[in-house]
Design a protein around this ligand. Structure first.
Ligand code: PRX
Length: 631
C-alpha cells in the first residue's frame, strides 16, 4: 500500500502520470492526447483531446451491469413520498427530460437554469442538460426573485426548469410567483419555462412561454436521446456563489476533469464502492449537491439518496432510519445539521442499526470540537471533516483514508488532498509561511487539479483578478480563508478574509445583503457583518443609518421598521439571507478615507477587542454599536 504522503507527492510531481491513472476511473469516447495543458495559466485545461459525457458516466455506462440496481432514492418527509429509481429507470427518465429540452429548443452550449425543490426531476434536468451538452445553472430554491433575476441575467438561459412549489416543515413554499417576478425583473427573458407540477400550489401559465412537463414526458415516454460527446474541456455547468462584490460569480466547471476528480474522490476520500449507497443531506442548489448528491455517487455506480425535508421531522431519527433501511455506507452533511440534532433526544441516534456506515463526512463550515465529539460518540462511527469551496468542486483538505488511514484531529479538516499544492501566505507581504502553526491566507499553487473552476462565466478577467492576483507578488489561487498548518501537515481553517459569511453552511455575501437592505426607502447606509452563532455558525447582523431616524424613535417603531427591512430581504434574496437583527445607528464606523470598518464591527458584536482603531473617523460610531450589542 502506498503511503498517503507518497500518493500526494506523486500527484504534484508526476501530475501527468498520476491523473492519467485516475482518468481510467471514467469512460472516454475518444482518449485524451494531453493530460494537463497549462500553457496559458491560470486557464488550465485537463484531458485535452479527450471526449466524454458526464451523463454517460453517471447513468448510461452503468445500465448494462447495474440496470436493476438502485440509482436514485427519493425520500420526501414533506409530501410523504418515497420512490426508488433503478439505473435503467433513471436512464429512461433522463432521456424523457432530454427529449423535452430538445423539443423546447435547447441546444449544445445553451444554458438551462434549474430553480427547483429537492425532487427527482431536478436531478433528471441536470443530467439531461449534460447529456445534450447544455450547461445547467442551478439556483438554490431558497433564493427569491432579485437573487434569481441577477442569475438569469448572467447565465442568459434559453430555458428555465422549475416547479410549482417546495415545502419546508410542512409549509408549502410556492416557487412560480417568485420565478415570474424574477423574469419580470431580469433583462434577459428565457424563451421557455418548463414546469413540473407537483400539485402543491396552483400557478398561472404564461401562454407560449410556460410548458407543463407531464404531457411532454408522456409524449417522450420511449425517447432515446444519445449522449452528446463533448470535449473534456466543454463546460458542464455554472453555479453562482457569493464573493466580496454584490454581483454573484458564475463558477464554470469543465466536463472531463470534473468527472475524473469526482470519481477519484469517491474512491480515495469518501470510501465508496460501486453498488453501495451514498447519502448527502445537502441541497442540489449548492455545490455539495452537485458533486455529492448527483454526479459523484452516480459516476461511481452508487445509489444516491435525495432527501426533501428537515432532519428532525417527523423526528430526529429520520436520517438514521434511512441509513439503516438503505444500508448507507457513506454519509455527507454539515455541522449545522448536527448542531440541530444535538438539541434533540440523543436516543434517536441509537434507535437504528448504523453498522453499514463507514463514516460521516462533514463540510461547509468549521466543525467545532463539542459538535464533533457529540456526533462521534452518539453515532459510534468515524467523523471526517473536509474543507473545500464551490470554486473547487471537491475537497481541498480532507483525510484520504481510502489511500492510507490517518487519525483525525479535532478542529482540523485534515491534510492537503491529492492534486492540491496548498500553501499559506502572509496577506501583506506575500511571503510564504512554511513553519508550523503560522497563520496565513490559504492558497493553492497552480495548476489547480482537475474538477476545479475553469473561469468565471464570461468573465476571464474577473477570474484572474479575483482569485489569482490577491496575494502581493504571487500568482496563486486564493481561497479567501485564513488557516494554519501544524507540524504534521494538518490544516486548521480560521474564517474568511473577505466579506463572505457562512450561515448554517450557506455561503452568503454581506454586500448582497447590504444592497438589498439599502433598497428600503428609509435606509441611507448599512453595514452587514457575520457574527458567531452557537447554532448556525454565523448569522448576519445589520447596522443601518436611517434617512428619517424619527421612524425608529421608540423601541416599538424600531422593531416595526426592523421587521419591514427583514421582509425586504426575504422578498428579494430569500429568508436564508435575512439578518438576525437590524439595528439603527446615527453613523457607521469608518476610516477617515471612508472605508467601513467591518472587522471592528464584527469584533465588537462578538465581544472581542476591535484591534487597531487609529484610522477611525468617529470613535462614537463604534460605541453606538457596542451599546446596542450590550443592551
Ligand atoms: O470558508 C470556507 C467554508 O466554506 C467556504 C466555501 O463555501 P462553499 O463555496 O459554499 O462550498 C462549500 C463546500 C463544502 C470556504 O471558503 N468551509 C467549507 N468547508 C469548511 C469550511 N470552513 C471550515 N471547515 C470546513 N470543513
Amino acid at each position: 500500500m502506498t503511503s498517503y504522503a507518497e500518493f500526494h507527492r506523486r500527484s504534484l510531481q508526476d501530475r501527468e502520470g498520476f491523473w492519467a491513472e485516475q482518468a481510467a476511473l471514467i469512460d472516454w469516447q475518444q482518449p485524451f492526447t494531453q493530460v494537463c495543458d497549462n500553457s496559458r495559466p491560470p486557464f488550465t485545461r485537463w484531458f485535452v483531446g479527450g471526449t466524454t459525457n458526464l451523463c454517460h458516466n453517471a447513468v448510461d455506462r452503468h445500465v448494462a451491469a447495474r440496470g436493476a440496481q438502485n440509482a436514485l432514492i427519493f425520500v420526501s418527509t414533506e409530501t410523504n413520498q418515497e420512490r426508488v429509481y433503478s439505473y435503467a429507470e433513471l436512464h429512461a427518465e433522463v432521456q424523457r427530460m432530454a427529449a423535452a429540452l430538445l423539443e423546447l429548443g435547447v441546444k449544445k452550449g445553451d444554458r438551462v437554469l434549474v430553480y427547483m425543490p429537492m425532487i427527482p426531476e431536478a436531478a433528471f434536468a441536470m443530467l439531461a442538460c449534460t447529456r445534450i451538452g447544455a450547461l445547467h445553472s442551478v439556483v438554490f430554491g431558497g433564493f427569491a426573485s432579485v437573487s434569481l433575476a441577477s442569475r438569469i441575467d448572467d447565465a442568459e438561459p434559453t430555458l428555465i426548469v422549475s416547479a410549482d412549489a417546495g415545502s419546508r416543515g410542512g409549509k408549502v413554499m410556492p416557487y412560480k410567483p417568485l420565478l415570474d417576478e424574477a423574469i419580470q425583473l431580469s433583462r434577459h427573458k428565457p424563451a421557455k419555462v418548463l414546469m413540473v407540477d407537483r400539485g402543491l400550489a396552483p400557478f398561472t401559465r404564461v401562454a407560449g412561454r410556460d410548458e407543463d412537463y407531464a404531457p411532454l414526458r408522456e409524449k417522450h415516454l420511449h425517447a432515446q436521446v444519445p449522449c452528446e460527446w463533448v470535449e473534456a474541456t466543454h463546460p458542464s455547468y455554472t453555479l453562482y456563489t457569493s464573493g466580496t462584490t454584490g454581483k454573484p460569480k458564475g463558477v464554470q466547471r469543465d466536463t472531463g476533469g470534473y468527472a475524473v476528480a469526482l470519481a477519484a474522490s469517491m474512491k480515495h476520500i469518501f470510501l465508496g464502492n460501486p453498488g453501495e449507497t451514498y447519502f448527502s443531506t445537502s441541497d442540489i442548489g449548492w455545490v455539495v449537491g452537485h458533486s455529492y448528491i448527483v454526479y459523484g455517487p452516480l459516476i461511481y455506480g452508487m445509489a444516491t439518496i435525495m432527501y426533501e425535508g428537515l432532519p428532525i421531522r417527523p423526528d430526529a431519527a429520520i436520517w438514521w432510519s434511512l441509513v439503516e433501511k438503505y444500508k448507507v455506507t457513506s454519509m455527507f452533511s454539515a455541522p449545522t445539521a448536527v448542531r440541530v440534532l444535538k438539541k434533540q433526544d440523543p436516543a434517536a441516534l441509537k434507535k437504528h442499526d448504523l453498522s453499514s456506515l463507514r463514516a460521516l463526512f462533514l463540510a461547509g463550515e468549521p466543525l467545532d470540537e463539542p459538535t464533533a465529539k457529540w456526533i462521534a460518540e452518539s453515532l459510534g462511527r468515524p467523523i471526517i471533516d473536509n474543507y473545500w469551496q464551490t470554486e473547487t468542486g471537491w475537497p481541498i483538505l480532507a483525510l484520504c483514508n481510502g489511500v492510507e488511514k490517518a487519525a483525525s484531529k479535532f478542529g482540523s479538516p485534515g491534510k492537503a488532498v491529492f492534486g492540491y499544492d496548498v500553501k499559506l501566505f502572509d496577506e501583506n507581504t506575500g511571503a510564504e509561511l512554511t513553519g508550523a502553526n503560522q497563520k496565513g491566507v490559504v492558497a493553492i499553487e497552480g495548476p489547480l487539479p482537475p474538477g476545479c473552476m475553469q473561469t468565471v462565466w464570461r468573465d476571464d478577467e474577473r477570474f484572474v483578478k479575483t482569485y489569482w492576483n490577491s496575494i502581493p507578488g504571487r500568482s496563486v489561487y486564493t481561497t479567501f480563508d485564513w488557516g494554519i498548518r501544524d507540524e504534521d501537515g494538518y490544516f486548521f481553517i480560521l474564517g474568511r478574509t473577505d466579506d463572505v459569511i457562512n450561515v448554517a453552511g450557506h455561503r452568503l455575501g454581506t454586500r448582497e445583503i447590504e444592497e438589498s437592505i439599502s433598497s428600503h426607502a428609509n435606509v441611507a447606509e448599512v453595514a452587514v457583518v457575520g457574527v458567531a452563532d452557537p447554532l448556525k455558525g454565523q448569522v448576519a447582523m445589520a447596522f443601518a443609518v436611517l434617512k428619517d431616524p424619527g421612524k425608529a424613535a421608540t423601541p416599538e417603531m424600531a422593531l416595526k421598521l426592523e421587521g419591514e427591512i427583514m421582509k425586504v430581504v426575504d422578498e428579494q434574496l430569500g429568508a436564508v439571507a435575512r439578518p438576525a437583527r437590524v439595528r439603527f445607528v446615527s453613523v457607521l464606523p469608518k476610516t477617515r478615507s471612508g472605508k467601513l470598518l467591518r472587522r471592528a464591527i464584527q469584533a465588537v458584536c462578538e465581544g472581542r477587542d476591535p484591534g487597531d482603531l487609529t484610522t477611525i473617523e468617529d470613535p462614537s460610531a463604534l460605541q453606538q454599536v457596542k451599546d446596542l450589542v450590550a443592551g
